[in-house]
Structure formats: C-alpha cells, structure tokens
Design a protein around this ligand. Structure first.
Ligand code: G3H
Length: 255
C-alpha cells in the first residue's frame, strides 16, 4: 500500500473532499506547526497541484505568506508555463517583503520560466487613498490584468495571527475579535460559518472575481490552522485544498 494509506490519509482526504464538495484534497503527513519538514512537503504538494492544473498562456494569481513562499520554492522550470503570467492576488497587506504577494509572484515566475507583473500599492490604505488609487490608469490596467486570472493559489491564516502580523489597527482588530473572526485569506476575514466580516482596504481580486474562478487552490497546514481552514472551506469557493495531517484531523473533528 501507499505510505499515505498506512497513515489513513487517503480516507481523511476523501472525508474532507466530500463534506465540502471539493474537487481534490491533498494531505501530507505531519504538522507544519512543529515540523519544518512538513511545511516543505506542503509546499512541494502545492507546487505539484499547481503545475497539474495550469494550462497554456494563463494568468495565475498568488497571495503572500510563508506557505505560498514554500510553494514557490518547490516550483521548477516548466514548458507549460512559459507563456503564463504570475500576478499578486491583492496589493499591500502589510506583510514583510519576503512574504508579500509581489515577491512570491516574481519568485514563481523566475522558478518556472513564466512572466510576472506586479502591483505596487502602499500598505494600510485609508479610504480616500484607496479611492484615488482606483482612478490611476496604470493601477487600473494591472488590476484588469489580475482579474483575468482563472486560477489562484492562496494561503489561509488564523485571523488574529494575521491581524497582528500585518499590523491591523487596534480598532479593526478588536472589531474582528468581537465579531468572531477566525480566518483570513486573500485579505478577507471570515467567521466560523465562512461569512466575510472584513475586507482589507487594498486593490486586486474582489470576492466576485474569486467566485468566478475555475480553480481556487488553498495551501495551508498546521494544527493551529484547522479551524481557520474549515471557516474558509465553509465560505464555499475552494476547489482544491492542500493541507497536512494535523490540520486535517482538526477539520474532521469540526464536521
Ligand atoms: O492569508 C493567509 C496568510 O497568507 C497565511 O500566511 O502561510 O505564513 O501562515 P502563512
């Protein structure tokens, strides 16, 4: 039997897949919270899933984070990607440079031999700055380009961990907490039931763009993220989940 079956991972994959109506679930053994090796395997599995689903000449949107950075690390030169473009899913969310979507998109392009386009918008935009950016023709042009993506690779985080890491202001953070925010993905915060509570004020993909995509790939693992991953799955737009054993066990406990 496959090593996976010995761990019962194939069965776990099928339980999560059928419960949430996903196209595919891939589970790697271990817990990314405590094992750097598992986190690497998560990245490797994410890279394999991405390469399997891309077709010629397409726009691939990616989010930031340490997990998508692992996916980028494991990509390699691919003929099927030569005519494709990697783009950031959304602009400045307050991440450090190495975890920014722009950085991940350019790394993915360099690794695979694809092209990339970047979105340069400042972090922590106020409403007024946001509105005026939306009038800028170069920004509008790249946003239109990003919205052509039919495939997105994204991380999932715990709401409070992400709010802290991205230095979300105290007022917004306490509102999120009071409203029961559990998860964050592509700059949106979700409650337990998968309802959107808050949208980070930046540009790029909107929720309606994500709803229309053919292939939404979530890559996230670690026991601590189980609840957050379940929240995003309840939101109902995911097609493929790449996760690890520890997160998968948490998710199954919540079903
Ligand atoms: O949206 C969620 C975050 O990008 C997840 O970041 O992969 O570093 O936990 P992480």
């Amino acid at each position: 039997p496959l090593v996976k079956d010995l761990f019962g991972l194939t069965e776990l994959e099928e339980r999560i897949r059928s419960h949430f109506g996903l196209k595919q679930v891939v589970i790697v053994p271990g817990d990314s919270d405590t094992s750097p090796h598992t986190k690497k395997e998560l990245g490797r599995a994410g890279a394999a899933v991405l390469l399997k689903h891309v077709s010629q000449d397409e726009v691939i949107a990616v989010t930031g984070g340490s997990t998508t950075a692992e996916v980028a690390y494991h990509l390699s030169s691919s003929n099927s990607l030569k005519g494709s473009w990697f783009v950031p899913a959304r602009g400045g969310l307050g991440e450090s440079l190495e975890f920014q979507a722009n950085t991940i998109a350019s790394t993915m392009a360099k690794k695979t031999g694809a092209k990339y386009r970047l979105l340069h918008v400042p972090d922590h935009l106020g409403e007024e700055a946001y509105q005026s950016l939306m009038q800028d023709s170069t920004i509008l042009e790249i946003i239109q380009f990003i919205r052509k993506a039919r495939i997105v690779v994204h991380g999932i985080g715990e709401a409070m961990v992400m709010a802290r890491r991205r230095k979300v202001d105290a007022g917004t953070t306490s509102n999120l907490q009071q409203d029961g925010a559990l998860a964050e993905a592509f700059g949106y915060y979700f409650d337990r039931g998968g309802k959107i509570l808050h949208k980070m004020p930046t540009v790029g993909l909107r929720i309606e763009d994500i709803q229309e995509m053919d292939c939404v790939i979530g890559v996230a693992g670690g026991k601590s993220k189980g609840e957050a991953i379940a929240s995003v799955l309840r939101f109902g737009q995911e097609d493929i989940l790449v996760t690890d054993e520890a997160a998968a066990i948490e998710i199954v406990h919540l079903l």
